[in-house]
Design a protein around this ligand. Structure first.
Ligand SMILES: Nc1ncnc2c1ncn2[C@@H]1O[C@H](COP(=O)(O)OP(=O)(O)O)[C@@H](O)[C@H]1O
Ligand SMILES: [Mg+2]
Length: 368
């Protein structure tokens, strides 16, 4: 279960930027890597259209090899598209020279899964690096570094070397370093994938705060749905180089349409299932057996009447085997896992839940 992020809900209504105020725009971008070692070429991205609005946090989720890192590396020009355009803050990144890209990268920073800190430099010296490269003077650098270390809560670790810091602290240094040159865009490539859940949460809270307070746009890629769920308002689902679903996080994860999106959700539900049930889950129904359904509840919703009405109106006995209440993008979202008799009852239950309550359902499997 996830406690709500304390940083998520703004009190004042948000003034939405107009649609066309996209700070990052992918226009029909394809990326192919050349053939090598007798292997055919790799189509890493295929006609990707994506826009990230200024000041937002957009999450891109996908399996390993889906093309996430390629997508994010196109934003700061570490990769160039084979076709299409990538525009960041009015600048066509895909057509810039290496020198122009170096300048542009001051306003497009990145944080990494393995932090990429220099082990021979202290926390403060790591944060100072981009400022030194940019040619800032010593006093200005010292002032800015203290400010940044304070922002990420690491002032007391300024003279520690990376080897003396925990994973979460190292990522805080990475974030401070990324913010040194006052970027407009922060790219995050699996920045919490090497961290435990608790530390992940604290880093995501820090990113949410930075997004709000510094008005920084964040493009975050991950293979973990829990990351998207807790920080992003918008999500794009990437599968084999294509964006298969895109939109509001709550809508997409409470009514997933694409099988890949569903599979991310089932994994989360799967973790809440009793292991004894998971062990006995079968792909096909067995005569006289039970079918396991996941029912998604959006918003505050009482579950008892649903089960009671199934029994009363349809004479279907549903047994509750698991239930979770979570938050997606700051809104409550519940999942109830029930078993119903396999066979025609299953179909009737699904229809009833949909027509009477408008509930989304999914068959997780069957048991004998
Ligand atoms: N430099 C490269 N040369 C050849 N193939 C690459 C290169 N970089 C990535 N790929 C291939 O492109 C596909 C997408 O990779 P990547 O963007 O790293 O995916 P993800 O980050 O989602 O795991 C994979 O099939 C990968 O092997
Ligand atoms: Mg990757």
């Amino acid at each position: 279960m996830n406690a709500p992020l304390t940083l998520s809900e703004p009190i004042a209504p948000i003034a939405f930027e107009p649609e066309d105020d996209a700070i990052i725009r992918f226009e029909s971008v394809s990326k192919r890597f050349p053939a090598r070692n007798g292997q055919p070429f790799v189509a890493a991205l295929h006609e990707v259209d994506l826009s990230v609005s200024r000041g937002s946090i957009l999450g891109v989720i996908g399996r390993s090899g889906a093309g996430k890192s390629t997508l994010i590396r196109l934003v700061n020009g570490l990769e160039r598209p084979s076709a299409g355009r990538v525009v960041v803050d009015g600048l066509e990144i895909s057509s810039k020279s290496e020198a122009e890209l170096r300048a542009a990268r001051r306003s497009i920073s990145m944080i990494f899964q393995h932090f990429n800190l220099l082990s021979s430099r202290t926390a403060a010296e790591n944060v100072a690096l981009p400022l030194e490269v940019a040619g800032a003077d010593g006093a200005a650098i010292r002032r800015r570094v203290e400010e940044l270390l304070d922002l990420v809560g690491l002032s007391d670790k300024r003279d520690r070397y990376p080897a003396e810091l925990s994973g979460g602290q190292k990522q805080r240094v990475g974030i401070a370093r990324a913010l040194a040159t006052n970027p407009k865009v922060l790219l995050s490539d699996e920045a919490t994938s090497a961290l435990d859940p608790e530390t992940t949460r604290s880093i995501l809270e820090l990113l949410a705060r930075i997004n709000r307070e510094l008005d920084l746009t964040i493009l975050l890629i991950t293979h973990e749905m829990s990351v998207i769920r807790s920080i992003a308002r918008e999500v794009a689902v990437l599968d084999a180089g294509r964006i298969v679903e895109q939109g509001d996080v709550f809508d997409i994860f409470t009514r997933p349409r694409h099988p890949v999106t569903r599979s991310f959700l089932s994994e989360e539900t799967g973790r809440a299932l009793p292991p004894s049930l998971v062990k006995h889950l079968l792909p096909k129904p067995v005569p006289g057996g039970q079918t396991v359904l996941r029912i998604a509840f959006r918003g505050a919703f009482a579950t008892e009447p649903v089960i009671a009405r199934l029994a009363r109106d349809e004479a279907i006995e549903a047994n509750i085997v698991a239930g979770t209440v979570d938050e997606i993008a700051g809104r409550p979202f519940g999942a109830l896992v029930v078993t119903v008799p396999s066979g025609p009852e299953t179909e009737r239950a699904l229809n009833f839940l949909h027509s009477e309550f408008g509930l989304g359902t999914e068959v997780l499997g069957h048991v004998a």
